[in-house]
Design a protein around this ligand. Sequence first.
Ligand SMILES: [Zn+2]
Ligand SMILES: [Zn+2]
Length: 253
Amino acid sequence: MSTSPEGVKLDVTILGSSDAFCSGGHPHASYLVETRQATFLVDCGPTVLLALKRQPIDTASLDFVVISHMHGDHFGGVPFLLLEYIYERPRTRPLTIYGPPGIAARVWTLMRALYPDVLPEKLGFELAFVELLPERRVTVADVEMHPVRVPHQDEDVSLAICFTSGGKRLLYSGDSPWDDRFIDLARGVDLFLCECTAYEDPMGRHIQWTTLKPLVPKLECKRLVLIHLGRDMRAHCAEIGVECATEGLKIST
Ligand SMILES: [Zn+2]
Ligand SMILES: [Zn+2]
């Protein structure tokens, strides 16, 4: 694990780089972020336990969880993580899940569908939810989160999030179609994890490579890594000249 001379740390490990379909056999969206004072998940797809244990990363090391939006491939792993903390790695310290408005109700609705017997009082630890509101900055330990609403959904809120720690900055697009605000948001960041689900055929409200390609020179980030890769996009990763995420890739900014 590397740290800069000043002792600042913002490291990202790719846990899952696929779209909703586990294209190419890759796990769903999930990223481990480590700073000097915090270790946390950004998104928590259904395959999150598989992805963590393959590294391996001790599930007990997670201080908190951040959810960009409430699509299944981004938060469907939360019930399994909570189950892990009841049975496999019994947790006593509190856990906070940060996510868009409505996150608590959606997680408990999901939990009731999957494991109806798991009630809040059975967790054995305090589970808290904090709603991330667009443009409302939240600081946790040495991490500042700046959520920005992106046009991925109409009613539910989808967020891109800029994380800052000790002057290091990570921009996470979440799921989103291209939005020109990414040019401003990416300026000067150490790492931009930018979704690029499709290669050339539009795939819902997502970014496709043929849209992103001419914009790459405008992205003044220090490192650009494409994530949330669909089947066709994955097939072109070797030839596009921009780095594509793969599991286990650890990026020290
Ligand atoms: Zn997704
Ligand atoms: Zn989505």
